[in-house]
Design a protein around this ligand. Structure first.
Ligand code: 4AD
Ligand code: MG
Length: 474
């Protein structure tokens, strides 16, 4: 059996049972004969207070450990679980002895610089430089727990609705979004190639052809949805967009459900139900962490999440959204990018629509085909496609999806028109050759979801080790 973590110790009755607390010291305070040590093990936001009473006589080992023990040190503390006289906690440990497992010096000592996370506020920029230690802070511990709970809620939702989890490949020869922002994967000797002056011969490369890291598992998910009816992928995806924003990463985790016999309206309902399910799960199970985000990171985030769970998402076509934006621009709202029909919506537009027009999440549909991917189903007007984006205040796009083109003719024509080689996508077109069905799906970036739920401003602070242009430390 594994020993119980602090999360479960805090729920026990204070019946003087003997137990051991294991974790890392957050603070040590001394008052007269008492030494208070706050220990956190990351199992929940709170730590447990361990109180040493010198008037009871502590053994020499414990006295020595208490002297050496500082913020960040790892400890094992034995004692009895008793009612806590302090406010804000029901129980504490009447500590009898402590074993200092590992020191964390507060001052520089030979060979070891002082532990960088002293009890004071550190900037997120500074913490990004010590990403291997930042998870020991309140904020990053809470982000990690919320991210974990969201991940579990995502699986719960899909598994509970008949979706099967499929593992789509990371290395691929196809560009799923047709946008070309891919990282190449090769074992060719680039230095030798550069010296030789020759063009690379991909036939001699590891996979026998030019391969990249995937930008989306959608195309392969479609193949499985065309047999298992409802599937989802959930894995890392990679984009070599050189955009240095607070919403973009080069490596992020994407959830992509795909449903057979489903149209855009079904996709929209799925997205809304899905988001509400995961919000309800964190509201229920991450109360303490969310209360922290509400008071320290983004005021009102709790009320926002609750109201989103209880209200209906606004539906709007792209065309109507652009009308709203043009109206706003005409009445003096200053957009950096002028809105017009056909423009790709910028995040300032998406924020305006959700913050000023819908006052909450909005699902925009029927975008111009020129700004959307090749696989989206064409509308009867020949100009727009059955696309949907879910937009939220503060962030803009959180989900992108569509009904897929299920007609072989239409899809082949569209791909050829875009200059894509249909031979490279033969397997994808086979889905339209054999037993084609209307089908739809979407992609949600996990990090955008974590940002939305926690209120964290920068996407680099909601993934353990962010990868972005010029950044691949740890
Ligand atoms: O809108 P996107 O590009 O859609 C797709 O990839 C489709 N294949 C999804 C599908 O229909 N199966 O990306 C989907 C979502 C975005 O809405 C956003 O949340 C997230 O992925 N995303 C990113 N997150 C972080 N960093 C980036 N560079 C992202 N690019 C997209
Ligand atoms: Mg998108």
């Amino acid at each position: 059996m594994l020993f119980p973590l602090i999360k479960s110790l805090l729920d026990l009755p204070p019946d003087s049972r003997n137990l051991t607390v294991r974790g890392w010291v957050r603070t040590k305070r001394e008052m007269k004969n008492l030494v208070f040590v706050e220990v956190n093990d990351g199992s929940c936001f709170s730590g447990i207070q361990c109180t040493f009473d010198r008037s009871q006589g502590l053994d020499a080992g414990t006295e020595a450990a208490l002297t050496a023990l500082t913020t960040g040190a790892s400890v094992e503390i034995q004692g009895r679980l008793v009612p806590s006289p302090a406010s804000g906690q029901a129980v504490e440990l009447a500590a009898a002895s402590v074993k200092l497992t590992g020191e964390a010096p507060a001052e520089n000592v030979p060979g070891i610089p002082a532990y960088p996370l002293q009890k004071k506020r550190h900037s997120f920029e500074f913490l990004r430089e010590i990403a291997h230690l930042r998870v020991r802070t309140n904020t990053f511990g809470a982000v990690a727990r919320v991210r974990n709970r969201l991940t579990f809620a995502i699986h719960e939702f899909f598994q509970g609705n008949g979706f099967q989890y499929v593992h789509t490949p990371i290395i691929t020869a196809s560009d799923a979004e047709g946008a070309g922002a891919m990282f190449q994967v090769t074992t060719l000797d680039l230095d030798a190639l550069a010296k030789s002056g020759r063009a690379p011969d991909y036939a001699g490369d590891f996979f026998g052809k030019r391969c990249c890291l995937t930008v989306s598992g959608q195309l392969e998910a479609e193949t499985y949805a065309s047999a298992l009816s409802r599937v989802y992928t959930f894995g890392p995806t990679f984009r070599a967009e050189n955009s240095n924003t607070t919403r973009h990463l080069a490596e992020f985790w994407m959830i992509e459900p795909e449903m057979a016999f489903a149209h855009l309206e079904d996709d929209m309902s799925l997205a809304e139900e899905f988001l509400k399910h995961v919000f309800a799960a964190v509201l229920r199970d991450c109360e303490e962490d969310l209360a922290f985000f509400d008071s320290h990171i983004e005021q009102g985030i709790l009320d926002t999440l609750k109201s989103v769970v209880d209200s209906r998402f606004t539906h709007m076509t792209y065309t109507d959204a652009v009308k709203e934006l043009e109206k706003a621009a005409a009445s003096g709202v200053n957009f950096e990018f002028k809105p017009y029909w056909g423009c790709d919506l910028q995040s300032e537009h998406e924020k305006f629509l959700t913050e000023k027009v819908s006052g909450g999440p909005a699902i925009l549909t029927d975008y111009p085909k020129e700004i959307k991917a090749f696989y989206m189903k064409m509308n009867g007007d020949g100009k727009t496609v059955r696309a949907m984006d879910v937009l939220v205040p503060r962030l803009g796009e959180i989900i992108g999806g569509s009904e897929r083109e299920d007609s072989l003719d239409q899809l082949s024509r569209r791909m050829t028109g875009l200059g894509m080689k249909t031979e490279d996508y033969r397997w994808y077109l086979d889905l339209r050759r054999y037993g084609t069905v209307p089908h739809s799906g979407f992609g949600l970036g996990l990090e955008r979801l974590v940002q939305y739920v926690t209120g964290m401003a920068n996407i680099r602070d909601v993934i353990p080790y962010p990868r972005a242009a010029g950044q691949a430390d740890f």
